[in-house]
Design a protein around this ligand. Sequence first.
Ligand code: KG4
Ligand code: ZN
Length: 355
Amino acid sequence: MNILAIETSCDETAASVVEISPRSGGGDAIRVRSNAISSQVALHEQYGGVVPALAAREHAANVGPVVEQALRDANQTAPVDLIAVTRGPGLAPALLVGLTFARTLAWKWSVPLVGVDHMDGHIHSNWLPPSEGDAQLPDFPLLNLVVSGGHTDLVLMRDHGTYEIIGETKDDAVGEAFDKVARLLGLSYPGGPKVSTLARAGDPARYTLPRPMLKADTFDFSYSGLKTAVLYLIRDITGSTRELTEQEKADIAASFQEAAVDVLVQKAIRAATQHQVRAILLSGGVSANTLLRQRLDVACRENNLQCVLPELRYTTDNAAMIAVAGYFAYAASGATPWEHLAMDANLRLGQNTTT
Ligand code: KG4
Ligand code: ZN
């Protein structure tokens, strides 16, 4: 079947056509026929973060053209078989734009509609095929390490859509910590990728930073203390009387990244071992981080675990991942009557029950 997916939860307006069909020998053949994205980064950069009302205005202006582009790129002239749309979590005014557009299209074309959890989408970015061949996914159960601007979750996945959150952040998400440390270092939004680039020129052993909750007897995380430790470190170095040198900035970025990644990897490995899971899947915007990808891969090998990493182009917000999550949600529970499809800005993984 051909699925049109629409994603407007934050600062990317995205639409994608994905073709998915069950294979006779089991599994599903997944082909991304188009993946259109209009980014608002340049707009929000001047405000130092995403402004929800501005995001909604941009989504409203862009969602029509982006959907048209996705259909054109895919040469999709007939109505699709299913429309999948992100219903949460995210920014309420932004989510409403995509949801309203999708509902209207489903009504106009008389095609089934399914509401998708954005984080379920990120998890399913791992099912999107690489340039050559298919994604190689092990059997369930799987452990997901979901790391984004709003989430730092360890999630046991027993099947598509069947989730148990076994660990989550008690305060800031890891992506949020990257963004806040970026601001402390004078880097503009979105800071995560910039901290990671800066860290390449730095010495990760120069400054010792805390590994919050590493030894705690839970799989929960905490990143606000690490960010505060960076703030105090900067004050200690400069005495609030001078600017940081470029080398100091790079060393702070590297030391912070080292601490942030260390906790994620060690906790994920411990959770996989304790829950007797054989593979760890990484997802969410922070899954673009090179050090995290390398460290998780090495740690998995050392512990006889399989490590699954999403293709880099699918790590940030996109609609192809929403199409895949929508396909499995539809296969499990059917369509959502369009008049029942409601936005939920605080939707929690495993609670997407609108059908
Ligand atoms: O999934 P995403 O695009 O949006 C949310 O759903 O939150 O994630 C965005 C987050 C931001 O905090 C951004 O700074 C972070 O992912 N991020 C990174 C990298 N690329 C994006 N953090 C660290 N290293 C990166 N390379
Ligand atoms: Zn996201």
